[in-house]
Design a protein around this ligand. Structure first.
Ligand code: AMP
Length: 598
């Protein structure tokens, strides 16, 4: 294995030495997985022994796994909500953590329609930074020469708010990009980006994207890797180029920045970067003016060695489109992380996305696993906490749900991710990310579950009451459009054909559904432009009966058949699309502000 052999290779310069140390660290952590986990749990329990939360379970100073596992319950966000509300309202007593809560990280997972609030402590930033510092040393083993050029990364900050008690609440990456660790990062030839900090830190998403794209075009020959956090973000950048290349070309040709860029710090930094370059302007025009955008990424950025985006989990749906624009460049997924805790990294980043495995770094938190059996789920009573499996004791070929305990004070918290153990690196298991539990539809960071979709359908159906009309439905996340959008297939049962719902009413139904979606969805629609308008496709009467016939022909039981609430299977989608009689879109965007509802 490359990591292992590289550890013993002599290193010539300070960068190499830094990489060697990082690889050595990975070796140590993965060789001593169980011992590190025991140590981490001990540290967490010692430092948080006098927190209100842990005192409740009478560990009486015990810091070992046995005591922890028998006394402390496995919980979900909803179980912690009363304490989280108190912290948000300003209670500064040590509730979960002996260290002061520095801010809330807002997860893209929601509770009651709003982003979950994850209390965090200042030192967690260092732990996250440490995981980041392992990524390039691993990548460098597989793709040499990444220090000879730049990364074109589309990175953005999002809106932040304050809780009633005055704590900042923002996404983890916004917190990271705004941190001194990021802004004042020491020069590292492996981490040179084309995007200036001023552009990344600009809250206006148009100005930020415009500037980042402009810099990427200007420095096109230096670019060795192109990326964003998630695949959907990179595709949004390509779409942006399709829509705005003429203005970008004008700027490059004249050396004058588009007047829509008004942010003073961007204007100042671009005055040093943007110079008239008619030759480059001509080249970009030639590449962008035609209809053919296949392989546009290597055409514009010819030295790109790979795309750095996450394409595992919900993002796998974007692989064919990325392949189209990149001409099949490798798609390494480098890390696996969440607002609650950063988990680990991919030690073989150049493998195919379908084979991507993540190795959880045992120093990041204490990890336990619930064996995942959807047919016979493990009972999780609060009174008799179940015996969960430890990181080092997992079995290859089995699926598990991840449960974490963190330095910030989350204890035995169910993240909701289902992972499959594919093998071990030293004594650390390597996981394939299977899915996030209960997610029906996802285009970008949004995660819509079945009950949210059902509620949205119910709210929209109210508009149909006066038409004496009921609906049957299913859904699909359509990622053929950029940005992708939710498609809801409706079969209308109209009692009186003289009084059927009109096109306008059905358009309005789309908007009512969007208004009913959680805040991450609405933010994607309104602020990030990462989700397109919701579409209702009305299908011919009898279509859902055909769906049932199809399922039964493939072995489903008639008695137990329920129409699927989301479809991804190509033959079923073809069947549905062949029966569409009309299509309707939201006439406007739903309501969204950074402030939380309710
Ligand atoms: P958030 O809480 O918004 O930061 O989202 C974290 C969640 O994103 C994780 O719990 C996973 O469900 C998902 N996620 C993060 N990294 C990956 C990855 N590399 N592959 C697939 N899903 C991921």
């Amino acid at each position: 294995m490359a990591v292992e052999s590289a550890v013993s290779t002599p290193m010539a310069n300070p960068e190499c030495e830094k990489h060697a140390k990082a690889l050595q660290f990975i070796e140590e952590m993965t060789k001593n997985c169980d011992a590190v986990q025991e140590k981490v749990l001990g540290e967490i329990l010692r430092r948080n022994a006098n927190t209100e939360y842990l005192l409740r379970f009478q560990l009486n100073g015990a810091t070992n796994r046995d005591a922890y596992k028998t006394k402390v319950p496995v919980v979900t966000y909803e179980d912690l909500l009363p304490e989280i509300r108190r912290i948000a309202d300003g209670d500064r007593s040590p509730i979960f953590s002996s260290h002061p809560i520095s801010e809330f990280l807002t997860s893209s997972g929601t509770s009651a329609g709003e982003r979950k609030l994850m209390p965090t402590i200042a030192e967690e930033m260092d732990r996250r930074q440490q995981l980041y510092s392992l990524l390039m040393p691993v990548m460098n083993l597989y793709v040499p020469g990444l220090d000879k050029g730049k990364g074109l990364y589309f990175l953005f900050i999002k809106a932040e708010t304050k809780t009633p008690g005055g704590l900042v609440a923002r996404p983890v990456l916004t917190s990271y990009y705004k941190s001194e660790q990021f802004k004042k990062r020491p020069y590292d030839p492996y981490l040179v980006y084309t995007s200036p900090n001023e552009a990344i830190l600009c809250a206006d998403s148009f100005q930020s994207m415009y500037t980042q794209m402009l810099c990427g075009l200007i420095m096109r020959e230096e670019v060795l890797r192109v990326g964003a956090v998630f695949a959907s973000g990179l595709l949004r950048a390509i779409k942006f180029l399709q829509l705005n290349w003429k203005q970008l070309v004008d700027d490059i040709s004249s050396g004058i920045l588009n007047p829509r860029i008004t942010d003073p710090s961007i204007k100042e930094c671009m005055s040093k970067i943007l110079k008239p370059n008619p030759e480059l302007a001509q080249f970009i025009t030639k590449e962008c003016e035609g209809e053919n955008w296949a392989s546009i990424i290597p055409r514009i950025w010819p030295n790109t060695k790979y795309l750095d985006v996450i394409v595992t989990g919900a993002m796998a749906q974007y692989i064919p489109t990325l392949d189209y624009y990149s001409g099949g460049l490798p798609l390494p997924c480098t890390m696996y992380a969440s607002s609650e805790c950063y988990f680990g990294l991919n030690l073989k980043p150049m493998t195919k996305p379908s084979e991507t495995c993540y190795t959880i770094m045992p120093n990041m938190g204490y990890f336990e696993f619930i064996p995942h059996d959807p047919v016979n789920p493990m009972p999780l009573s609060r009174d008799s906490p179940p015996r969960l499996v430890d990181l080092a004791d997992l079995e290859v070929g089995k699926e598990y749900e991840l449960v974490i305990s963190t330095y910030s004070g989350l204890c035995r918290y169910r993240v909701g991710d289902i992972l499959l153990v594919k093998g071990f690196y030293n004594s650390a298991p390597q996981f394939k990310f299977i899915r996030r539990k209960n997610v029906l539809l996802s285009i970008d960071a949004d995660k819509t579950d079945e009950s949210e979709l059902q509620k949205a359908i119910e709210n929209a159906s109210e508009l149909l009451n006066e038409f004496n009309t009921t609906v049957e439905y299913t859904s699909h996340g359509d990622t053929k459009t950029i940005p992708g959008h939710y498609v809801i297939y409706w079969e209308l049962h109209v009692k009186d054909p003289e009084n059927a719902p009109t096109h306008e009413v059905l358009n309005k139904c789309c908007l009512v559904m969007e208004e009913s979606m959680n805040s991450v969805y609405r933010q994607g629609r309104v602020a990030d432009n990462s989700i397109g308008p919701l579409e209702i496709r009305v299908v011919k009467n009898g279509t859902f009966e055909e769906l049932m016939d199809y399922a039964i022909s493939r072995g489903a039981s008639i008695n137990q058949y329920k129409p699927p609430r989301c479809v991804n299977f190509a033959p079923i989608l073809e069947l549905l699309n062949a029966r569409v009689v009309s299509a309707h879109f939201s006439p406007s965007t739903p309501h969204w502000t950074p402030e939380r509802r309710g």
